[in-house]
Design a protein around this ligand. Structure first.
Ligand SMILES: *Cc1c(COP(=O)(O)O)cnc(C)c1O
Length: 446
C-alpha cells in the first residue's frame, strides 16, 4: 500500500496542529492515513487505498457513508436555506418529538453540539437539581473531555487524569469498578446523602466492551433511588445503536433519570443532547435556574440529518440488518478465536464488536458465549471475562496496536486503532463484507 500523500499531509498537519490531529485517538502510528471520501461501508484514503470501514466515525454513522436520498435532500435543503439562525426551527422540535416518543427515560430534551457538552450539562443539571456536589463514575468509563470525569484512582481517592484540571475538581468525583455492587453500596453508605448522581454507560461501550452482569443496572437504580440521587445513563454510543429505537435503557429495562445522547442522533453531524424526566430537564434555563446555552445548539442541518436518519432507521429495518450482521460476525470471531487464540474474548452486542486480547482463558473445554461475552455465570470462561475497566486495562494493548491493527490495515480493513474503543457495523455493510472481515481476522490472528 502506498501512503505518500497521507505522509506529506501529516507532515503539513504536524506544523499547524498538535500531534497533527484534531482528536487524540486519530494519531495512529507512525502516521494516520488521510481520508478522501466514504463509499457505503468503505473509505478511500488520499492515496486511493480502499478500506472496509468499521470505525464509522467512532459510532455516528449508523447508515454508513452514503446518505439515503431522504437524508441527503433534507441536509442540502437546510444548508441552502441558510445554515443557522439563532432562533428555533420546526425540525428541532420534530427530532425532540421523535426521541421522546421512543426512549422511556426521556420526556424532554435539550440539544447541544457534542457528547462532551451533553455530559458536562448533565452533571451540572444533576448537581443543580439535587443541591449536591458529588458524582459517581465507573473506573475506565469515558464521558468526553470534561473536567469532572477525567479522573483516575478509586473510591474517593481520585485525582485528575490530565494536567490543567485543578486537584480539587476530583474531590467531587468518586470512581467505582463497573459491575461491582458491593463497591457502589459502600460508597453510598459512606456519603450517599452528598451524591448528586451516578453517571455510567449502561454497558461500557467506550471501554471494552463490557456488558452489565444480570441485575447490576437494577441495583444502581435501587441504590440511587434510595438515597435521592439521580441515575444518568451516558448513551452517547449506545443511543439508537444498542436496543434499536428504544436505546440501551429499553433493552435492559432500566429507566434512568437523565440520558445523554450524541453520535447517532446527529446523522453524522456534530450533536449532543441531554434528556430526562420533565421535572428534571426543566431546571435548565430559561425554564429553570441551571445555566445552559449554545450558539450552535439545535443546528438545523444537524437536526434534519438526525431526524431523517432515525426515520430511515425506523422505516427500513436497519436495526434488524446491522444486528444480524453483528451476530454473524461475533459468532465467526468466536470460532476463529477458539482455533487461533483461545485466551482472547469476543465482546459486543447489537452492531458493536471487538476482540479483547485477554491473557487467560479456561483450559480447553467449553467455548465462549456464541455471539460475544454475555457475562453468563454458567460459562466456563466466566472467571476470565472482563467485568470492569481494570480487567480491560490488563489486556494485551501493545500486541493489539503494533501487530494486530497494522495487519488488519494491510488487508484493507479499518478498525479503531486501539484496544479499548468499540467497532461499528453500519447499514451499508453486507454479509459479504462480514465474510471478508472474518477472513482478515483469521489471517491476522493465525
Ligand atoms: C464519544 C463519547 C463521549 C464524548 O462525545 P464527543 O462528541 O466526542 O464529545 C461521551 N461519552 C461516551 C460514552 C462516548 O462514547
Amino acid at each position: 500500500m502506498n501512503h505518500d500523500n497521507s505522509r506529506s499531509l501529516y507532515d503539513r498537519a504536524l506544523s499547524v496542529s498538535p500531534g497533527g490531529v484534531n482528536s487524540s485517538v486519530r494519531a495512529i502510528r507512525p502516521f494516520p492515513f488521510f481520508i478522501e471520501r466514504g463509499d457505503g461501508g468503505s473509505i478511500i484514503d488520499a492515496d486511493g487505498n480502499r478500506y472496509l470501514d468499521f470505525v464509522m466515525g467512532y459510532g455516528p454513522l449508523l447508515l454508513g457513508h452514503d446518505m439515503p436520498e431522504s437524508v441527503r435532500a433534507a441536509v442540502q435543503t437546510r444548508a441552502s436555506d441558510g445554515p443557522m439562525y439563532g432562533a428555533p426551527t420546526e425540525v428541532g422540535v420534530e427530532l425532540a418529538e421523535f426521541i421522546t416518543r421512543h426512549v422511556s427515560g426521556v420526556e424532554m430534551l435539550r440539544f447541544v453540539n457534542s457528547g462532551t457538552e451533553a455530559t458536562v450539562s448533565a452533571v451540572r443539571l444533576a448537581r443543580g437539581h439535587t443541591g449536591r456536589d458529588k458524582i459517581v463514575v465507573m473506573q475506565g468509563g469515558y464521558h468526553g473531555a470534561q473536567e469532572s470525569t477525567l479522573v483516575e484512582g478509586s473510591g474517593s481517592d481520585t485525582r485528575p487524569s490530565s494536567p490543567g484540571i485543578p486537584e480539587n475538581f476530583a474531590e467531587h468525583t468518586i470512581a467505582v469498578p463497573f459491575n461491582d455492587e458491593q463497591a457502589l453500596r459502600q460508597v453510598f453508605e459512606a456519603q450517599g446523602e452528598e451524591i448528586a448522581a451516578v453517571m455510567t454507560e449502561p454497558l461500557l461501550a467506550n471501554y471494552g466492551i463490557v456488558l452489565p452482569e444480570d441485575g447490576y443496572l437494577e441495583t444502581i437504580r435501587e441504590i440511587t433511588d434510595a438515597y435521592g440521587s439521580l441515575l444518568i445513563f451516558d448513551e452517547v454510543i449506545t443511543g439508537f445503536r444498542v436496543g434499536g429505537l428504544q436505546c440501551a435503557q429499553g433493552k435492559f429495562g432500566v429507566t434512568p433519570d437523565i440520558t445523554t445522547f450524541a453520535k447517532v442522533i446527529g446523522g453524522g453531524f456534530p450533536v449532543g443532547a441531554i434528556g430526562g424526566r420533565a421535572e428534571i430537564i426543566e431546571n435548565f434555563t430559561p425554564a429553570g435556574e441551571v445555566f445552559q446555552s449554545g450558539t450552535f445548539s439545535g443546528h438545523p442541518v444537524t437536526m434534519a440529518a438526525g431526524l431523517e436518519t432515525l426515520r430511515y432507521a425506523a422505516e427500513n429495518d436497519v436495526y434488524d440488518h446491522v444486528n444480524a450482521l453483528g451476530d454473524q460476525l461475533r459468532s465467526g470471531l468466536t470460532d476463529i478465536v477458539a482455533d487461533h487464540a483461545p485466551q482472547y474474548t469476543v465482546v459486543g452486542t447489537d452492531s458493536i464488536f471487538k476482540i479483547l486480547f485477554t491473557r487467560t482463558g479456561p483450559d480447553g473445554g467449553d467455548s465462549q458465549c456464541k455471539a460475544g461475552c454475555r457475562q453468563n455465570p454458567d460459562c466456563s470462561r466466566y472467571d476470565h471475562c472482563p467485568k470492569d475497566g481494570a480487567d480491560i486495562a490488563q489486556a494485551e494493548t501493545e500486541r493489539w496496536e503494533r501487530l494486530f491493527w497494522p495487519a488488519m490495515k494491510d488487508q484493507g480493513v479499518f478498525l479503531t486503532p486501539n484496544q479499548f474503543e468499540s467497532q461499528f457495523i453500519s447499514n451499508a455493510h453486507t454479509e459479504e463484507d462480514i465474510e471478508q472481515l472474518l477472513e482478515a481476522y483469521k489471517q491476522a490472528l493465525s
